[in-house]
Write a protein that binds this ligand. Structure first.
Ligand SMILES: [Zn+2]
Length: 424
């Protein structure tokens, strides 16, 4: 039988109680409660740390003109009390770890998790410091054992990943019926498809990049040789009634698909086009205004646990790599409409609900090509009304976001041909 530990903090052992309350001085009680011992009057400058967030803590909080570790001194403040650094380290670690004392035990044996020493936790979190400072930090935390906070639940990034997997399975079968779903009262780790969209809405603004006007985007179209394609109207996005389902858009939803380079635009387009069309035409559209895009190709590094401002993004950033991989993954063309339902719904959600950190709407998504390794594709929420030709004057009331440079347009016989239902 296991018994949950009654308190968060290590208790003094029974033999220590025998000395009575007076055995513990006020300072010792305070140190016991907060989980680390004071380093006295020692001060430290930023030179003894390599972790950027901790260096910033010292630099931003500098209030002492001398450092106890290198004898450096200056007229302006360069150091902080080591106790302030310890306090920041403790608060940071406690955002994701807690005392191993909270783990249930069975006849003294810890269940579920292996407790970690402070040195192991600091190593996991890429804490680096001069030997002397590291020694003092370890001494301050003593023999405190750590385990994952909320060890009884799944790690947050794992919950998101399972939520995303469930989202994909659900919307492939039932598309929008999932909006009726509620949470699962028997599983607190369950992330419903509805909640998954909220998580994405909350986390994706951190991935938004801006492309200044003048960006060149290559767009290709595969068509019958008899159809003349050469201007924005024919090479740009089709009217809604002709828009067929694609990776990011369902039947009837118009979006502008393009790529950073010609090869990728052609390969991606030829692989998905009607197998009976024999001609490929491509050309360069130039953006006329700033574009705000969710960029799934340049994912942020996982923020440091010591970075108070960005620490909360850690689970989402860990999850987003799997999400980005899923978005760009190629799926069999057979039944593609259903297979692409997750990306189509997420894309529409980004278009309609996700805003960047300034509250502006998003113009599109950058994602990795599934067919040309290392190349990037882009889908823009732009229809034919917002496209034009660079060399054709437009009425003042018709502002175009993308203009086709018709001098770049070329056509040739289609090379990449897939049998219907076999495109990969
Ligand atoms: Zn120093």
């Amino acid at each position: 039988m296991w018994v949950p530990a009654a308190t968060r903090r290590p208790r003094p052992r029974a033999t220590q109680y025998a000395y009575g309350v007076g055995y513990w001085s006020d300072r010792q009680i305070e140190e016991w409660e907060r989980g680390w011992a004071s380093a006295g009057d020692s001060t430290v400058c930023a030179e003894h740390l390599t972790e950027p967030a901790l260096k910033a803590v010292v630099r931003d909080g500098a209030c002492e003109t001398a450092c106890s570790y290198c004898e450096a001194s200056a007229r302006r403040p360069i150091a902080i009390p080591v106790d302030e650094l310890l306090e920041h380290i403790a608060e940071s670690l406690e955002s994701e770890y807690t005392d191993a004392d909270t783990l249930p035990r069975d006849e003294g044996e810890v269940l579920f998790e292996v407790p970690l020493l402070t040195a192991e936790v600091l190593e996991n979190e890429a804490f680096e410091a001069d030997e002397e400072l590291l020694g003092d930090v370890l001494k301050a935390f003593g023999d405190r054992g750590w385990c994952r906070r909320n060890w009884e639940r799944l790690p947050p990034e794992r919950r998101l990943l399972l939520g995303w997997t469930d989202f994909c399975a659900t919307v492939r079968q039932r598309r929008f019926l999932f909006l009726r779903e509620e949470t699962d009262p028997y599983d607190s780790d369950y992330v419903s498809p509805r909640q998954m969209l909220d998580e994405l809405e909350h986390g994706l603004p951190a991935l938004v990049v801006t492309w200044p006007p003048g960006r060149r985007l290559v767009r290709a179209r595969v068509h019958p040789a008899a159809v003349a394609v050469g201007d924005a109207l024919s090479l740009g996005p089709p009217p809604a009634e002709n828009a067929t389902a694609n990776r990011m858009s369902a039947d009837g939803v118009v979006m502008f698909y393009a790529a950073d380079d010609e090869v990728t635009a052609v390969v991606e387009t030829e692989a998905q086009a009607n197998p009976h069309h024999d001609t490929t035409t491509a050309g360069v559209f130039v953006s006329q205004s700033l574009l705000r895009l969710v960029d799934l190709t340049r994912l942020p590094d996982v923020p440091s646990i010591f970075d108070e401002a960005r620490r909360a993004q850690r689970p989402f950033v860990r999850f987003i790599a799997s999400f980005a991989h899923d978005i760009s993954r190629s799926v069999p063309a057979r039944g593609a409409a259903g297979m692409y339902a997750p990306t189509q719904i997420v894309t529409e959600h980004i278009r309609d609900y996700v805003r960047d950190e300034l509250g502006d709407s998003i113009d599109g998504i950058v994602y990795a090509s599934s067919r040309v390794i290392g190349s990037r594709c882009v889908v823009l929420f732009i229809d034919s009304h917002r496209c034009g030709d660079l060399d054709v004057p437009r009425p003042a009331d018709r502002v175009a976001t993308l203009l086709l440079d018709r001098t770049t347009v070329w056509s040739r016989a289609r090379r990449l041909s897939f049998e219907a239902g076999q495109a990969g």
